[in-house]
Design a protein around this ligand. Sequence first.
Ligand code: ADP
Length: 346
Amino acid sequence: MSGLVIREIHKSYGPVPALSDISLNVENGKFLCLLGPSGCGKSTLLRIIAGLEASSRGQILLDGRDITKVPPHLRDFGMVFQSLALFPHLSVGGNIAFALGIRGASREVQRREVERLLDLVHLPGIAERSIMQLSGGQRQRVAIARALALKPKLFLLDEPMSALDAKLREAMQVELKRLQQELGITTLLVTHDQKEAMTTADLVVLMSRGVIQQVAPPLEMYRKPANTFVAEFIGATNLIDATSLGGGRVQVAGATVTIEQAPPVGQFTFSVRPEDLNLKDEASSSSLVGRIAFTRHLGASIEVNVSVDGMERDLVVAVPARQESSLSIGRPVHVHVNSATCVVLR
Ligand code: ADP
């Protein structure tokens, strides 16, 4: 197969495996995010792909060629790390052209390439400037330009935006996505920020404790989480314990609601997003009765906590901001469950 193939990679530092049997196919030209909480093994996996770390077992293939034992400098990958690791004693141009110089490119070729790459990252004309004179966002772009100088087959980024403030970070995420689409370069980004993954990736790989939990496009992962961990990690959700009554009807805290997806026999848990619950004054054929416990403004919407008798946790409902007047604390409400949006979890 063309692209990157990761086969049954395993890595142990001590008794607990950092990575357990990781297998993954990445088509050429795709933008993939390795996502998960701190310590789940994302960086270890990226470092193994880069060749900076050896796996305990398993194989890595690029366009059909086994590169498991190829040293990092012969893999033709571009890398950007959290620290950026720019050379402070070199100019912007000197940093970007560094690897080209080592490969013996003439001064003229280096000058042209620096110009092209600075245009690409929207920083034209700053080749002579010192790295120390740049802002955090500009350094970021220079690090990206430097990583792209050798036209790498694979572009690897390990939390490169975590030091930037929130606004700049969002702007850089959009920039990175634009650049990746423009160049069509296969890109792997490590992040613990689910919004960053949702904004940039074609495919999200969500990991926990060294194991892949789900591989899916962002929206699919949001809409059809594979298990409880995924449902909770990606966006806000309600996890509801239920008992199957047959025919799509399920019992929840003394009431019955309908869910479209066939529920398993007996007890199970399903996930429903806050925007898929509606507050109504009247009961429906699929609703729970409760009282408004707490509200929180989020700008375009209001997050409403509804306490329901017999349920351990409040239900969280997203309500359009214009409905604010109907949201007084203590008010009885019916929470209508949109049956098509409930996802049965393993
Ligand atoms: P993440 O990038 O998801 O935060 P890492 O890949 O850095 O996670 O780490 C995965 C696990 O492996 C963690 O439990 C971490 O403590 C452990 N680990 C990573 N690198 C080393 C190392 N060089 N020596 C020992 N343990 C390590």
